[in-house]
Every structure is written in C-alpha cells, then in structure tokens.
Design a protein around this ligand. Structure first.
Ligand code: M6R
Length: 611
C-alpha cells in the first residue's frame, strides 16, 4: 500500500512527480504530500494534504509558491499506523527538518524504537511508524546520507520501500527496499524512482529494479547500489512491459465499468495460445518444466485473498470434480500462521492479480520453506509472487485499474478451468476434454450477450438502491460467485451484503429475512438447482424480495422471483464465468446510484502490500 515517488533532475519536478504519483493512486488515496530541496534557499520545503492527490494539487495552486527544486519525494497514503491526518501524511522528517522521507511498508518494532528515541529527546510529531525512520537516520547522520540510512535500516524490523533526501547532504536521493517493490527509471542524468513501473512509463521505457536489502545512491553525476557495504555492479535495466503503458477510460465513465465490459476480451487473452481443441489438450509454457513434479502431487492448497480467494474456491470444485486431486483453499493471511501440513507432494498455488499481496506472498514463502511445489496465477508480469513461485501462469489481461477486481476474477476462473483440464489428461476422455474446450471457446460471445443486459441491470440497481442489506446465495459452483457478488457490493456501494451457501440459510440467517431484505439467488440450471430452489421457496415464504440469476429458458422461477436475470446455457464448471457478470454490473451500478467513486472506494487500495 502507499505509493512513493522520487525525482532528481532539472525538469519541472512538481509536474513530473505529481503525474507519476497519480499513477500510484491505486495504492492508497487518503492523503498525499511531497518535499523538495530548493537549492537557492538551501532548504527542503514540504506540503501535505488530506484526501486524494487532487486535493494536494489544489493546495499547490492555492499556495502561490514556487516549488521548483531537486531532489523531490512524493507520497500517496493508505493509512496503516495512525489516523488519516496531515501530521500522519508523508513525507516525514527528523527534529531538525534536515532529513525527509517517504515510506511504503511497516516498521514492526516501531513502538520500542519510538520509546528509545523519545528517551533520547527526539521530537516525534506523528502517530506513524514511518516517522521513526527519519529520526533514526538523524541519530546516525554524520554528513553522508547513505551511511546513516544503512545504519538505521539495520535496526528496523518489517518491510520498506524508502526514498530519503537531506538538506545537509543535498542533490542526492537515497532509496532502499525490503519486501516492497521499488524501481528506478533513468534518462541521462535524470532519475524517477517509484513503487511500480506504471508510474515511470511516461518518463522512460526501461527501469532498474532494486532488490531486497539494497540501497541505491543517486546524484546527477553518479548512481550506485550497495548491499552490506559491497557495491553491486552492472545492474541490467529491464524493459517496461506493455501492461505499464498508459491506460485510459475511453468511452466509459469509470475504469470499473470499462473493465467489466473488457471481460470477454479478458477470457480471450487468458486462453490465447493455451488450447489445442482437436487434441483436447491444454498447454502451459510456464508449467511444463514442472510436469514431472506435478505428476507426484497428492494435494493442492490454493492461497489467495479477497476476490482471488473466491476464484480459488471455484477452482477447488473444478479440480476435485475433474482432476480428482484433493484441494484446500485458504485465505493467505490465515494459512501463513497455522503451521499447515505440507510436504514435497503438496503444491501450493497462489492466485493474485497484483502479484504483490503481502499475505499471499508470505504464504508462498512459508510453503517454500516447508518444501512444497509453489505455483502462481498472476496478472502482473515480474511481480514478487510471479518471481518467487516455481512455475506459473500469467493472466495477460492488461492492467486492472479499478480497486474492485472484476476482469481479473473472470480470467482467474478461466485459467483455473484450463489448469483443471491440464491436470485431467488421465481422468477425462478425449470427448469430455474436447467438449469442455469447445464450451470455453464459446465463453467470450456468451459473456458479450450477458453484458448486453446492462440497461436492465442499471434499472434494477435504481430499484434496489434504497435497501441497506442484501443476501447472496448459491450452491456448489455458485457459492463462490455469491461471495464475489456480495464483496463487490460492499466494496463499491458500502451496502452490507452477506453470502451464504444456499443450504445454510435455514441454520440461522433466515431469521433476518423480511420484506426489507433482498436476496440474490445464483441459480443456474445445474446439478444442485433443485436444492437452491428449496432455499428460494423458504425465503419467499418469509416475504423476502428475490432477484434470481438463472439459465435462459428456465420459466420455473417466475413466480418465486421479483426480478430475474437470464444467462446463456453452458457447462456447470463454466457457469460461474457467466453468473458473476450480472453481479459485477449490479454492484457497479448500485455504487453509481449512491453517488460514489466506484474506482476508488473509501478505505481501500488496489494492491494490499502490507500485512
Ligand atoms: O492482487 P490480488 O489479487 O492478490 O488482491 C487480492 C485482494 O486484495 C483483492 O481481490 C481485493 O479483495 C479486491 N479489492 C476485490 O475486489
């Protein structure tokens, strides 16, 4: 979480820095700030503001001050330690306002360090863990910034991507990382440092990646990286991938809507190059090296968070039904601390759009330590999870900008269906495999058909926006879809929504149902259709308002439902890819109906890089 930027060069620092910072707003947007060294004044000036980056822009304009200078550091915050306030916004500085820094990560031992620093007489003004780094650097500062930074970092436990500047060692940027991404773009003697390549794509087409425990020292005349007092030579720059290129909303008012309407394309991209329809086979370039190991696997554990976790739950149904491998699915933050039973015959599969989710990354590291084969389904190329797993599959769906994940979920489901086929060579006949592949190939067209119902779903959102609680219910493949629908509604419309497996409703939650409690039933015609029907009847008997999502041609829900959305017929294993589309649209339109910014919902961030 949090986006950090550093700029050293002679161009317009504010324009370059703020443009880059806006690209990182997906990482957090509750406050923002910057600090710049002004050579004429020989001092660093700092400005901060609560709210999104445009409030900082307004403040810059209103101030009528000239902030032209170099080096500069910028920050957009997602609050972890300390409330949203100007004091807690970055940059933070030491007592003498000599050292300023921006930080992404968490200092786990900050309380004890803070107590020590207070005893030593430091004046600490914020509640944050980040500020204590500035004071620690101050403590060790003897004129050479990188030396003080190196000493301070030895004391810190936790994670960091850090950019530091100093008035008493000016014209220099020092940056460092541990478990939080940090990259450096270079153009002649100009440098732009950022948490993500997307922020520097307009500035340069190549970047240098800083690795864990490395410190980079940057001036207009020299650039070097040090690790444990040794110089690292010749770090080869990497090319910025297409994913990092500028993404625009186009004809859409919001990225979330654009990304929902990109779902057919996300399916096409996810299957591209992986299918041999005539042979009924799936190919995964990134997985084949592990084929021998995969044959030995006796259990798969899927680890993920949020929407990716719901994709994982769907994957369990797919893999157990067709590949006949036992699958456990666990929220990554729980998995990492429960001492799971893992051995060489276990594969741990991480699903993550960003590839940077801290809990999922930690789960993969834990699994590796225990000797498991680690696999990944990741969208962002070269992200931490993509780099650390033994083998993996990329979604290749381009950047997902909206905080609420939509097209990534669809792509994760498609890849899990392909992975199931990949592992089912032995269990399924050629005919069965061909049938599934044919149905997968039809999906983009079918999804396009569902998306055409957008106006109808918009009207439904208007009708239901006055309700403050929703139930989402489904069984088997439709249960994770219900969970995904409820999460989306919560995220973008701030309406309380709960998901339950249809069969559980009568064990407690039914007590809540009355005419003010709408229920959304995910009820395609499948092997459990009759079962979900029972729950629907029970809800109707208690005056619950019912929206059902069912298969085209199914007339049996007309009397039971207040509203029905039809989806085309497909195989049961693929049904979540169709049933979830109306739920994505419904959530987006509900959020818009309530007047919210559905791309940047309150309190959230796109990439959750802290524990
Ligand atoms: O980048 P990841 O897929 O690892 O992210 C996991 C979750 O943080 C993410 O899916 C989150 O739940 C979304 N906001 C859901 O819309």
């Amino acid at each position: 979480m949090c986006g950090i930027i550093g700029y050293l060069g002679k161009q317009d620092n504010i324009k370059i820095g703020m443009t880059a910072l806006k690209k990182l707003e997906y990482r957090g947007y509750d406050s923002a700030g910057f600090a710049t060294y002004i050579p004429e004044k020989k001092e660093i000036i700092c400005l901060k503001s609560i709210g999104k980056i445009n409030s900082l822009e307004q403040k810059i304009l209103k101030s009528n001050l000239d902030f032209k200078g170099s080096p500069s550091i910028f920050h957009t915050r997602w609050a972890t330690t300390g409330i949203v306030s100007e004091e807690n916004a970055h940059p933070h500085c030491d007592c003498k306002r000599n050292i300023f820094l921006v930080h992404n990560g968490i200092v786990e031992n900050y309380k004890e360090i803070k107590e020590q620093l207070l005893r030593e007489g430091h004046n600490i003004v914020s509640e944050t863990d980040s500020e204590i780094i500035a004071h620690l650097i101050e403590k060790f500062f003897k004129g050479i910034l990188e030396e003080a930074v190196a000493k301070a970092l030895k004391i810190i436990k936790g994670t960091y991507a850090l950019i530091v500047i100093s008035q008493d060692d000016p014209e220099k940027i020092v940056c460092a990382r541990l478990s939080s991404p940090l990259i450096i773009g270079k153009k002649g003697n100009e440098y732009l440092i950022a948490s993500d390549p997307i922020a520097i794509s307009l500035f340069s087409k190549k970047f240098i990646e800083l690795n864990d425990n490395e410190i980079a020292v940057i001036t207009a005349k020299k650039f070097f990286i040090i690790k444990d007092s040794f110089f690292i030579k010749n770090r080869k720059p990497k090319k910025i991938g297409k994913q990092a290129e500028e993404i625009k909303k186009g004809e859409y008012s919001h990225f979330m809507l654009k990304e929902i309407f990109e779902e057919p394309e996300a399916i096409r991209r996810s299957i591209k190059g992986h299918l041999s329809p005539n042979k009924g086979l799936v190919r995964f370039g990134g997985m084949e090296i592990m084929d021998n190991k995969l044959k030995e696997i006796e259990k798969i554990i899927i680890v993920a968070c949020g929407t990716a976790y719901y994709a994982g739950l769907t994957g369990k149904y797919m893999l157990e039904e067709y590949a006949k491998i036992p699958v456990e699915v666990e929220v990554a933050s729980e998995f990492r601390y429960r001492n799971p039973i893992i051995n060489k015959k276990t594969a741990v599969l991480a699903i993550s759009q960003s590839g940077e989710t801290a809990d999922t990354l930690a789960a993969i590291r834990e699994a590796k330590k225990k000797g498991a084969l680690t696999l990944g389904v990741v969208n962002i190329i070269s992200s931490s999870i993509a780099r650390e797993v033994d083998a993996g599959i990329y979604n290749h769906i381009g950047q997902e900008v909206a905080v609420a994940s939509t097209k990534a979920f669809i792509s994760q489901l498609v890849i899990l269906a392909l992975f199931t086929l990949y592992l089912s060579k032995e269990n399924l006949s050629l005919g069965n495999r061909k049938e599934i592949i044919e149905n997968i190939l039809e999906l983009p067209k079918l999804v396009e058909g569902v998306l055409k119902q957008n106006s109808k779903i918009k009207i439904l959102a208007k009708k239901y926006s006055k309700f403050s609680n929703f139930f989402y219910l489904g069984r088997k493949y439709s249960y994770p879809v219900a969970m995904e629908g409820a999460l989306k509604l919560k995220e973008v419309s701030y309406i309380h929504a709960e998901a339950y497996p249809g069969g559980e409703m009568k064990h407690g939650p039914i007590a809540l149902i009355d005419k003010n409690f709408p229920l959304i039933f995910v009820a395609p015609i499948d092997s459990v259709y009759e079962k979900i029907l029972l729950a629907m009847e029970e809800a109707r008997a208690r005056n619950g308002k019912i929206i059902s999502i069912t298969t085209q041609g199914n007339k049996s829900l007309e009397k039971l439902s207040d509203d029905i959305i039809y989806i085309p017929k497909t195989l049961e294993i693929l049904s979540p890819i169709l049933t979830v589309i109306p739920l994505h649209l419904f959530a987006a339109y509900m959020g818009l109906e309530m007047g919210y910014d559905i791309d940047k919902p309150r309190n959230l961030a796109k990439s959750v890089t802290v524990e």
